[in-house]
Design a protein around this ligand. Structure first.
Ligand code: ARG
Length: 461
């Protein structure tokens, strides 16, 4: 039976009911709805609406219900209740009779749903913080295991300067660290309880909303009832954190998809995260990574959809807001899955150090080194840049890397080039020079790895 039958003389059209009902997705808020209801029942005792005895009976019935939904959440879907709030209430009425009907005193589904969703966001946020950390740990472990491997660094997807695999992996650790902090920040901001704001104007009972908030583990209560029941900023913020993090995961996926191509051959993905082709037996496709890249679109799309649904909504609650849940659930589930899948991809990822070294050595990636060498010999950088450009054109013509040119060949382009040029052109030398903070010198990378390991160990412990 619907919660609001009194004013209506005619039942809802079944097509409208199906269109309007939210139980098929908001059943995921069952635990939070019961948690909020337990706290509300206690608050009602303090304002004299329920006796201690009644509250105890309700509490007991809610504990039984909580255990039951934790064990089998899908059972809820067998009901034709309008939404999770109606479902919980109907279950309580079935358990304790008319007493169950008292629980909704002073409360509206508007403050109730706002509270449930924030509680859900808090719980989900904690899980996501854990998955971000786990992926960071996977990146750091992979960096350690392949610390020696050199990798060509790219700009414009042209080989630019050599870096290392560990440096590449640590770049993603940094991105995820910002995602972590953005998520923490969003969780902190949403940590206020709307319960006791009623439908829109506040509840007519003198509820101690601060105490009620603390009872549900919120940091405090919201300040304005109109805002409280119509605020979905946290939904948009979490979707934004997810979108940006998915963008990072998508770039990670794209890098590895490229590194895994036959042409590059820098890494080999494990059989556990790839699939074969039904037609071409030689193929091993990077499906896990492609799906991470592809699913980024739907997470970003969910955020845009939510913003559009909220735009121009008059205060306070409107049914449009029911549209917040499916997009949020899907965006956060997808982000969660992709974080976990990215960590799985790293577990058995093999880095082919010979291929990465050969690629880093080719492509004239040490041209900047030659220019720096000329600068050290007092040639202004712009001029040095020009000289090296001409030298590279020549080297391409004679099909030699720079380090294989003879001194005679070098001197056609600049008389200051001498035998001491060769050590400067060695790959390790190009890495070793980049000692400033954040650079690819081996000791810088070691320091960054130690710092990341310490941070993650502290977080996990
Ligand atoms: N199912 C609704 C939602 O998700 C619950 C709030 C309903 N409130 C109302 N006044 N109809 O938004």
């Amino acid at each position: 039976m619907a919660l609001w039958g009194g004013r209506f003389s005619q039942g809802a059209d079944s097509r409208f009911k199906q269109f309007n009902d939210s139980l098929r997705f908001d059943y995921r808020l069952a635990e939070q709805d019961i948690q909020g209801s337990m706290a509300w029942a206690k608050a009602l005792v303090k304002v004299g609406v329920l006796t201690e005895d009644e509250q105890a009976k309700l509490q007991q019935a809610m504990e039984v219900l909580l255990a039951s939904v934790q064990q089998d959440p899908q059972q809820i879907l067998n009901s034709d209740a309008e939404d999770i709030h109606s479902w919980v209430e109907s279950q309580l009425i079935a358990a304790v009779g008319d007493l169950g009907k008292k629980l909704h005193t002073g409360r509206s589904r508007n403050d109730q749903v706002a509270t449930d969703l924030k509680l859900w966001c808090k719980a989900q946020g904690e899980l996501l913080l854990g998955s971000i950390t786990a992926l960071q740990q996977g990146l750091v472990a992979s960096a350690r295991a392949n610390q020696a491997a050199v990798l060509p660094g790219y700009t414009h997807l042209q080989r630019a300067q050599p870096v290392t695999y560990a440096h590449w992996a640590l770049a993603y650790v940094e991105m995820l660290e910002r995602d972590y902090s953005r998520l923490q920040d969003a969780l902190k901001r949403l940590d206020t309880s709307p319960l006791g704001c009623g439908a829109l104007a506040g509840t007519a009972y003198a509820i101690d909303r601060e105490a009620l908030a603390l009872d549900m583990d919120f940091a405090g209560a919201t300040r304005n009832s109109l805002d409280s029941v119509s605020d979905r900023d946290h939904v948009v913020e979490l979707m934004h954190v997810a979108s940006l993090s998915m963008t990072h995961l998508s770039r990670f996926a794209e890098d590895l998809i490229f590194y895994n191509t036959g042409e590059a051959g820098f890494v080999e993905l494990s059989d556990a995260v790839t699939s074969g082709s039904s037609l071409m037996p030689q193929k091993k496709n990077p499906d896990a990574l492609e799906l991470i890249r592809g699913k980024t679109g739907r997470v970003v799309g969910a955020q845009m959809g939510m913003l559009m649904s909220l735009k121009a909504l008059p205060l306070a609650y409107n049914k449009d807001m029911q549209e917040d849940k499916e997009g949020l659930f899907d965006a956060l589930d997808t982000w969660h899955d992709c974080l976990d899948m990215a960590a799985l991809v790293l577990i058995d990822l093999k880095v082919n150090g010979e291929r990465t070294m050969a690629a880093a050595q080719g492509g004239y990636a040490n041209a900047t080194e030659l220019a720096d060498y000329l600068v050290a010999k007092d040639i202004p950088f712009r001029e040095a840049h020009h000289i090296v450009g001409e030298t590279v054109v020549y080297a391409i013509q004679v099909k030699k890397p720079l380090e294989e040119l003879t001194i005679g060949e070098f001197q056609r382009f600049s008389p200051v080039i001498e035998f001491d040029v060769y050590p400067n052109l060695e790959l390790e030398a190009t890495l070793a020079k980049r000692v400033a903070k954040g650079g690819v010198a081996r000791e810088q990378i070691e320091g960054a790895l130690v710092a990341a390991e310490a941070l993650l160990a502290k977080r996990a412990g």
